[in-house]
Design a protein around this ligand. Structure first.
Ligand SMILES: [Zn+2]
Length: 184
């Protein structure tokens, strides 16, 4: 796959009018291919490998919040970056998930071509699936390069998406607690 990608990046550079033989560009197709493979390595991962059994018995039912998980994704419409912060809350029902796993779940889905709305939903569904929680909430903030570098070129626009499942959806008080805890 890497050689194929390198070849195609070289063609893209030629089509754009570049001289692919010039010094600074000699290894660019290879580097771009490697970078793109890294940025989309979420396709090579699945939820059970990422969680890797880090699910623990716990008799708490109090809300757990993990905030400011940074993410880097690529929009599926322009293959341009969108980056931001993800906040996750869940209401455990006998099981808690190892802390670092939330970041790994976010990365697995972010490192695919996405729209922010879909990414938010996939993360919420994954947390729900592995924890069996009474409720899950995910809020994502994102800055989209396809808005800032091209198109309407709005430098300060950002997008907020949220998905609330179970008790997080049904109860205003619970949802408000989440928002208060993340300072919204
Ligand atoms: Zn886009």
């Amino acid at each position: 796959m890497s050689d194929d990608l390198t070849h195609h990046y070289s063609q893209i550079l030629s089509i754009l009018g570049e001289d692919t033989k010039r010094g600074g560009l000699v290894d660019t197709p290879k580097r771009a291919a490697k970078a793109m493979q890294f940025l989309t390595n979420g396709y090579q991962k699945n939820l059970s490998d990422v969680v890797n059994g880090a699910i623990f018995e716990a008799d708490t039912d109090e809300m757990v919040v993990i905030q400011n998980i940074e993410y880097y994704s690529l929009c599926e419409h322009h293959i341009l970056p969108f980056i931001g912060q993800c906040h996750i809350a869940y209401l455990p029902k006998g099981k808690v998930l190892g802390l670092s796993k939330f970041a790994r779940i976010v990365d697995m889905y972010a490192r695919r071509l996405q729209i922010q709305e879909g990414l938010t939903k996939q993360i919420a569904d994954a947390v729900q699936e592995v924890t069996g929680a009474a409720g899950v909430g995910v809020i994502m903030e994102g800055k989209h390069m396809c808005m800032t570098m091209r198109g309407v070129q709005k430098q300060n626009s950002s997008m907020v998406t949220s998905v609330m499942l179970g008790a997080m959806r049904k109860s205003d008080a619970t949802r408000n607690e989440f928002l208060r805890l993340i300072g919204k």
